[in-house]
Design a protein around this ligand. Sequence first.
Ligand code: PMT
Length: 397
Amino acid sequence: MLLEGKKIILGITGSIAAYKAAMLCRLLVKEGAEVRVVMTPLAKQFITPLTMATLSKHPILVEFFNPENGEWNSHVSLGEWADMLLIAPATANTLAKMTTGIADNLLLTTYLSARAKVAVAPAMDLDMYKHITTQQNLTTLAERGVAIIEPTSGELASGLVGKGRMAEPEEIVAQVATLLNEKKKSLAGKRFIVTAGATIEPIDPVRYITNHSSGKMGYAIAEVLAKRGAEVRLISGRTALACPKGVERIDVLSAEDMYNAAIKEWKAADGGVMCAAVADYTPESVADHKLKKSDDDLTIKLRRTKDIAKELGANKGNRVLVGFALETDNELSNAEGKLQRKNFNFVVLNSLRDSGAGFRGDTNKITIVEHSERTEYPLLAKSEVAAIIADKIESLF
Ligand code: PMT
């Protein structure tokens, strides 16, 4: 669900497009949001409070206080409660009042008190929308951080055809989800290298040595770092995954290729996350023809590969370097050894003894091992693990 656990105030103003607010409310709830509806007095003439109360599963708020018992509807606590104030439809009148600070109904006082993100979905006749006053008001609101969900063109209530139709509920929900789920660009200006996937060590033109890494964990890390504004070079072994948006991928095959790419990119980097499963050994020589089978056993001599992380750690300066430890036994002591030897800031330990952890799946179970602390996490989606790692990295800058 796109909006799991999000708290949204849906503000409805007096426009014919208010009928779409019913569908909008239903979709928001379906996507997991908790919705409280605030209507302007005029909005009640376009859609009934009963409809909106039924769909949002909460009483509708219109007046500053309940005339029956004098109980106040606190716009301040409403504003504090919400993750977003979404005004849809937003009339030219409400947009104008928002820009000037007029607070003559509960929705406008809530807007002035809201600490949450604010989004508006304008709906009006095409000439009202085009009017210089409305356009200036929208520009002012956008400059103040209000997200404008653009109206579309089409037939309007007046019978005219043009721009002014409120965006469709599905589109509004998609834009709300993007706004609420986007992390602030907390790593803007930082450059990272992330290694991911398995390396391939050729034996002959046909055969090779590799491992089970799918690249999922490393790709999730690259994606979250990029979403937070970092410039990311993803040094990737062969995988079936698509390169995450905003990430520059450098394709490599062998541990030697990965080493060369990492050393080159490290110079301009502010940090690195070593998530790849790199071969520790590679055939000493690669046959230039297919090795033919015989009745005898075959011995292939392997030599050590270079340790990429260790080399980066030895030239770390004030960069942040994060390592992984994939273990099957003596997990913590092995991870602590890697923390020291490779000069990592912290190690993300995952053990193949935990079901759902490690290779290939969409989940992982990790313990973050630092010099003075260990923090264990439950089984989580790899995207959530990536966010935890990114948070930790952020705290180190
Ligand atoms: O790709 P997935 O299918 O999603 O699986 C994810 C994963 C299990 C591969 C990932 O979570 C993980 O554990 N990656 C590290 C695997 C590994 O090789 O760990 P290690 O304990 O052998 O290596 C320790 C650290 O040194 C790692 O950061 C590794 O990238 C690095 N290393 C190792 C050898 C080498 N020659 N160069 C290195 O940089």
